[in-house]
Design a protein around this ligand. Structure first.
Ligand code: E4P
Length: 217
């Protein structure tokens, strides 16, 4: 499973990118607002830093305007992935941009039918929002499972990008169910490395090592 960082915070992305475990980045208008930065400038900085796809979202509501915004965002760098909302207008724009060879990410997906349409529109990625479904007592992970089945039934190339991830458990469950990619906030990706028994074990090893008086280097 690929890991994308769901953030427009350049420092946080850089810290994780240094681990070599980051495959891409996703942003959205709220994350751009949170960064306090200009969308073009901050997206360019992220694209220069990360090798994989960087999703940048259009904000227009009509397909023609989405096309214009998407093409402008794509000029930022070769690794831009144009993020479009899952509306009929967004799907229409997705179909055109995907046919022109742009990478596309259809976002705000909350149903299997929406995901089916995005695949037919040639989306590179579909972003089902797990956490926001869980928030209204609908199991977000069930949606990932349904999309996996549908995409596998028809050999769709669209990759399932599990989004709105809120916990390390979401990451594990998305991996178990077969999501191709998961995008998560930096703190969630870091939390995946934590285990109380790792900390305890390491503490014990370090204490015993100190008693040996040895050095490796
Ligand atoms: C994905 O592309 C979105 O940017 C993101 O995952 C939304 O997450 P949220 O529901 O925590 O805002």
């Amino acid at each position: 499973m690929k890991f994308f960082v769901d953030s427009a915070d350049v420092d946080a992305i850089a810290e994780l990118n240094d681990t070599g475990l980051v495959d891409g980045v996703t942003t959205n208008p709220s994350l751009i607002m949170k960064s306090g930065r200009d969308i073009i400038e901050v997206t360019k900085e992220i694209c220069d830093m990360v090798d994989g796809p960087v999703s940048a979202e259009v904000v227009a509501m009509e397909a023609d305007a989405m096309l214009a915004e998407g093409r402008k965002l794509a000029e930022i760098a070769d690794n831009i992935c144009i993020k479009l909302p899952l509306t009929l207008e967004g799907l229409k724009a997705c179909k055109v941009l995907s046919s022109e060879g742009f990478k596309t990410n259809v976002t705000l997906c909350f149903s299997a039918n929406q995901a089916l349409l995005a695949a037919k529109a040639g989306a590179t990625y579909i972003s089902p929002f797990i956490g926001r479904l869980d928030d209204i007592n609908i199991d977000g992970m069930d949606l990932i499972g349904d999309i996996r089945t549908i995409y596998d039934n028809y050999d769709f190339d669209t990759q399932i990008l599990a989004a709105s991830i809120r916990s390390a458990n979401h990451m594990k469950d998305a991996a178990l169910i077969g999501a191709d990619v998961a995008t998560a906030p930096p703190n969630v990706i870091k939390a995946m490395a934590n285990h109380v028994l790792t900390d305890k074990g390491l503490e014990g090893f370090m204490k015993d090592w100190a008693k040996t008086g040895q050095k490796i280097l």
